[in-house]
Design a protein around this ligand. Structure first.
Ligand code: CA
Length: 709
């Protein structure tokens, strides 16, 4: 059995000069950083001091057996250290902690190594992603973490590279491009390493791409295999026999649209069955009428697929949302567990994807064991246990010209924020979103190169400005922390939140569950009843998955904080439901009797609206609204209400001067990630968008005046 090793950073140099050191060595002086192999990952529970892979252990339960911090002493938990980050977009990373060193990523795919006991910087690495690649990201320039193997760390960059870094220095060992740069792929997920192969997928299902997952040799960077999740052009040879079968579930000319099915987050290895489970994303474009006009299940979108990790060969699949058309990805946290169900020991996967059903799946065969909604949904009334298919309601496929809101919407009842499972309580801790969406089909599909291709009428989906209607919609938007019993398929307890987009969860052996909130706190609850025990004002929204580890014999709980991601970028007014939080990007680490304090936030002056008068014709404003929703809302917010991560254009100083055109059609702010839209928009188009923003600024000004009266 391995003992815990506490490696001081200064010893790394010694470690480098030591030759022939084995990963099994227990002497700190001969250990090299990130010295991870299969044995260590498979036996992660023997090393609770460490957090060696994305979900802590290969089962990705994110449960830590550490017991120094408990429900009895958590009230004494205090800040041990913090580390300020240099990026101010969403922070979604789960750190790794290996032998006293913390490795994590930030927005723009940067990597940092810190002393896990003190927060002191050891090194950092910037892959220098071109800011202009940001336009290809549906959901902010985020990154969810690195993988470690044999002295190296592996990073997927937003612009599609897989980079191997020497863990001791942060210097690149190799780099390989995993995408075709002519297509709008992005990588935001954490790689996983299985038997010396680095597994990585990508995102882009809104951008006209075809999904796949690839395996690369960790030492040589050579690609070992690639599995496409949707079939390509059937006039060309299929890459694998299973794709020929899958093609029969598609209609029309789907390959021209890419088809989607991107593997952008959950990739889980099962050493017991030697299977790799991948969560497959939504169809692209969302609207199936355009993607596959005569319907069909469209395999393997919105499915869990099991592959052989050595070859990428297909083994089984379970499709959660056949003929997906709501952005219902199946990429959310996949957890491996062994449960006793109806008196039988079952090897299962636990899954709470965007579509709102909690699935328990036999992981040897892919057979459905049970499925129940884990929150309010209205797109389906249940899952037919004979067929494993959802029973859709009449509104689900948005057939109407004036559609009713479908719940959940594209945010998902659960998104990327990691859920977790405690074998002590037998409960799954899910950060739940309750947000619907008004899906409406436009008459035609218009392909866009610098905007997402949803195939959805975004004007119809926009927030209405009638105060009563707006308030009624805002009242339906909520969030909660749900403790779910996967055997009984029912809620054990829940903590209501003001709004959605709260953080990933961490249960521990101390009887605690940690979660950050969209309102700016980091909190601890009793794992068995949801009693709130501790809260820390984090000065910013907390979304990422927390971790716990020990350093110098003391237990720490750490989390990367910083508000952002798709919700505040695109959701407009809805994104303020938990309050207006700032983005203050940091790592926070806590321990019992920690005494550090955060510096007070500098005051910011509330910006004041000062728009020029709105004089444009209704037709021009309408045209500007169409274009704004199509091209601008993905980053600047629904109906020109920014969630605070990117500039709110209603307050722009360029509403009455030509700088507007230099920014929209030139490349004046390219270093901020604002590309030129000159190829997609004419000058009159850009002028119409500005007239719409001026109209919205005046509308907001009048509403504020009415409220203040
Ligand atoms: Ca998506």
């Amino acid at each position: 059995m391995r003992t815990r090793r506490f490696v001081l950073p200064t010893l790394f140099i010694v470690a480098l000069s030591a030759t022939g050191c084995k990963s099994t060595s227990q002497s700190p002086t001969s250990a090299k950083p990130a010295d991870i192999d299969s044995a260590r990952l498979i036996n992660a529970d023997r090393e609770p001091a460490n957090w060696m892979t994305h979900g802590r252990s290969y089962d990705e339960q994110r449960f830590s057996p550490l017991t120094q911090i408990t429900y009895k002493n958590v009230s004494q938990l205090g800040l041990a250290w913090f580390y300020d980050l240099d990026t101010h977009r969403g922070q979604e990373s789960t750190p790794l902690v290996i032998d006293g060193v913390m490795y994590f990523t930030t927005a723009w795919s940067k990597v940092f190594a810190l002393n896990a006991a003190t927060g002191a910087l050891l090194w950092s690495y910037d892959p220098k992603v071109s800011p202009e690649w940001a336009v290809n990201a549906c959901c902010d320039v985020v990154n969810r973490g690195v993988a470690a193997w044999n002295g190296k760390l592996f990073l997927g960059t937003l612009d599609g590279r897989l980079v191997a870094l020497e863990a001791v220095t942060g210097k690149p060992a190799w780099e390989t491009l995993t995408i075709d740069r002519n297509s709008r792929y992005t990588i935001t997920g954490a790689p996983r390493v299985v038997k010396g192969k680095v597994i990585i997928g990508n995102g882009g299902a809104e951008m006209g791409v075809r999904g796949y997952v690839s395996a690369y040799d960790a030492e040589t960077s050579k690609m070992v295999w690639r599995f496409y999740t949707v079939p390509g052009d059937p006039s060309k040879p299929f890459e694998s026999p299973i794709l020929e079968k899958a093609a029969k579930t598609w209609t029309g000319e789907w390959w021209k649209y890419g088809g989607g099915g991107t593997v952008w987050d959950s990739i889980v290895y099962d050493p017991e069955l030697d299977l790799l489970y991948i969560g497959v994303g939504n169809g692209g474009p969302w609207n199936q009428r355009f993607r596959s006009p005569q319907g069909g299940d469209n395999l393997f979108v919105s499915s869990i697929v099991a592959l052989k990790p050595d070859t990428g060969e297909y083994v089984w699949h379970y499709q959660e949302t056949p003929g997906e058309m709501w952005d219902f990805t199946a990429t959310q946290t996949i957890i491996i567990a062994n449960l006793n169900i109806d008196g039988r020991a079952r090897k299962v996967l636990l899954h709470a994807p965007k579509n709102g059903f909690f699935y328990v799946i036999d992981r040897a065969t892919g057979a459905l064991i049970s499925a129940k909604p884990y929150t309010y949904i209205n797109w389906a009334s249940g899952v037919d246990m004979k067929t494993g298919r959802p029973i859709e309601t009449p509104i689900a496929r948005y057939p109407d010209a004036d559609p009713a809101p479908v719940v959940p919407g594209p945010l998902g009842a659960h998104s990327w924020q990691p859920m977790s499972y405690s074998p002590l309580t037998g409960l799954v801790y899910i950060p739940v979103n309750d947000v619907g969406f008004k899906y409406k089909s436009p008459e035609h599909f218009a392909e866009k190169h610098l905007a997402p291709n949803y195939g959805i009428d975004l004007v119809a989906a926009g927030m209405p400005q009638d105060p009563k209607i707006k308030q009624a919609i805002l009242n339906t938007v909520k969030g909660k922390l749900v403790a779910w019993d996967p055997v009984q398929q029912k809620q054990a307890w829940a903590v209501e939140r003001l709004g959605p987009w709260n953080g990933g969860t961490l249960p521990t052996g101390g009887g605690l569950v940690f979660e950050g909130t969209a309102g700016g706190n980091f909190e601890a609850y009793r794992d068995d009843n949801g009693e709130k025990l501790w809260s820390f004002a984090a000065q910013t929204g907390v979304m990422a998955g927390p971790v716990t580890y020990t350093a110098n014999g003391e237990q720490y709980v750490a989390v990367v904080v910083g508000w952002g991601g798709v919700f505040p970028l695109v959701a407009g007014e809805v994104s303020f439901k938990s309050g207006r939080v700032r983005n203050v990007s940091r790592v926070l680490a806590f321990k019992i009797a920690g005494k550090a304090t955060l510096p007070a936030l500098p005051e910011v002056e509330e910006p004041r609206l000062n728009p020029p008068p709105s004089t444009a014709s209704t037709a021009t404003i309408r045209q500007g609204e169409q274009l704004f929703q199509r091209y601008c809302s993905t980053c600047h917010g629904d109906v020109a209400v920014s969630g605070g991560i990117t500039p709110d254009l209603r307050y722009s100083s360029t509403l009455n001067n030509d700088q507007w055109f230099y920014i929209v059609l030139g490349r004046m702010l390219k270093s901020n990630g604002m590309v030129s839209f000159a190829k997609e928009l004419s000058r009159p188009d850009a002028a119409a968008i500005r007239e719409y923003v001026i109209f919205r600024a005046n509308q907001t000004f009048e509403q504020q005046r009415a409220t203040n009266k």
